[in-house]
Design a protein around this ligand. Structure first.
Ligand SMILES: Nc1ncnc2c1ncn2[C@@H]1O[C@H](COP(=O)(O)OP(=O)(O)OP(=O)(O)O)[C@@H](O)[C@H]1O
Ligand SMILES: [Mg+2]
Length: 296
């Protein structure tokens, strides 16, 4: 669908996107995952021909392919109603009135916005604004939908509903490219690219990313809250405290277990739970970037 070849974008001395090559296949939900400043928006803008690359190029298989684009900071017209926003965006394209009316009705229904169609965009909740922005980008019935952090800052219920709409669109044959800072959303993509400082660290299916994860994970609950000896062990790559337990990435499970048990027993700390857990996408990302490092 889209072939990206050695795409690079520099802003002065800063390389926002560094020599990225990639193919997005028809029917995929391709996820761009990365922290703030990773280069997601810049890459997406180059795919949409909004930003001129410093080097390389992005080629679309089908030159006539229509794409819908939902930018990161999408500006709806706050003083227009839901339906007026839809009509306004539709009017930018060469669509006849009947098609616009039919498409608008279909999309608002799909997005669960029919009951709100006369409400001013300013008076919608954050989640509904995002759904309206998505609806506007669907008005042309695109072949490819490109979304830049569409669920950022939106509550989990809305995020779920939003992804349901994306899945429905994907089932209808729309290829989707979506960026997100949320690791749980990476799991929902067909393929995921981890992006950091302008580079792709890894591109694969969520299943393969987890299957090829080189470390083991220990979940540990103890009678003490502050454990500060994790950084003394070479087998321990990263440790974080989540909820009520430690989540520890280790190289060799048995060696790490021996070390932890020995140290806890020496300090008279009781083990309440010690188990192995399956890696999440977040674990994979942490292991690739060293982010969250510190063995706190
Ligand atoms: N027009 C510009 N001029 C100068 N630097 C820019 C410009 N646009 C982006 N950058 C820089 O390029 C890098 C990548 O930015 P980009 O917005 O693509 O990242 P991102 O992954 O989308 O981040 P975020 O999650 O914050 O949206 C950042 O360091 C940013 O400051
Ligand atoms: Mg961005």
């Amino acid at each position: 669908m889209i072939a990206v070849n050695e795409l690079t974008k520099k802003f002065g001395s800063l390389t926002a996107v560094n020599n990225i090559s990639l193919k997005v296949n028809k029917g995929e939900i391709f996820g761009l995952i990365g922290p703030d400043g990773a280069g997601k928006t810049t890459l997406i803008r180059m795919l949409c021909n909004i930003v001129t690359p410093t080097g390389g190029k992005a080629t679309w298989d089908n030159k006539g392919a229509i794409f819908g684009y939902m930018p990161q900071r999408f500006s709806l017209y706050g003083d227009l109603t839901v339906i007026e926003n839809m009509y306004f965006f539709a009017s930018l394209y060469n669509l006849d009135k009947k098609t616009i009316a039919r498409r608008t009705e279909e999309i608002l229904e799909l997005a669960g916005l029919t009951d709100f169609k006369s409400r001013l965009a300013d008076n919608l909740s954050g989640g509904m604004k995002q759904k309206l922005a998505l609806s506007c980008s669907l008005i042309t019935k695109p072949d490819v939908l490109i979304l830049d952090e569409p669920t950022y800052g939106v509550d989990p219920v809305f995020r779920k509903e939003f992804w349901k709409i994306l899945y429905e669109q994907n089932k209808e044959g729309i290829t989707i490219i979506v960026s997100t800072p949320y690791m749980d959303e990476a799991e929902l993509c067909t393929r995921v690219a981890f992006m950091s400082e302008g580079n792709f660290l890894m591109v694969d299916t969520p299943v393969n990313l987890k299957k090829n994860f080189p470390y083991k994970i220990i979940e540990l609950k103890t009678s003490a809250k502050e454990i500060d000896f994790f950084n003394e062990c070479n087998e321990i790559v990263d440790a974080g405290f989540f909820g009520d337990k430690y989540h520890i990435l280790v190289r060799d499970f048995n060696l790490a277990r021996d070390f932890i048990e020995e140290r806890l027993s020496a300090d008279n700390i009781e083990i309440l739970q010690f188990s192995e857990a399956a890696p999440t996408i977040e674990d994979v990302f942490v292991s690739l970037t060293g982010e969250g490092k510190g063995k706190d």
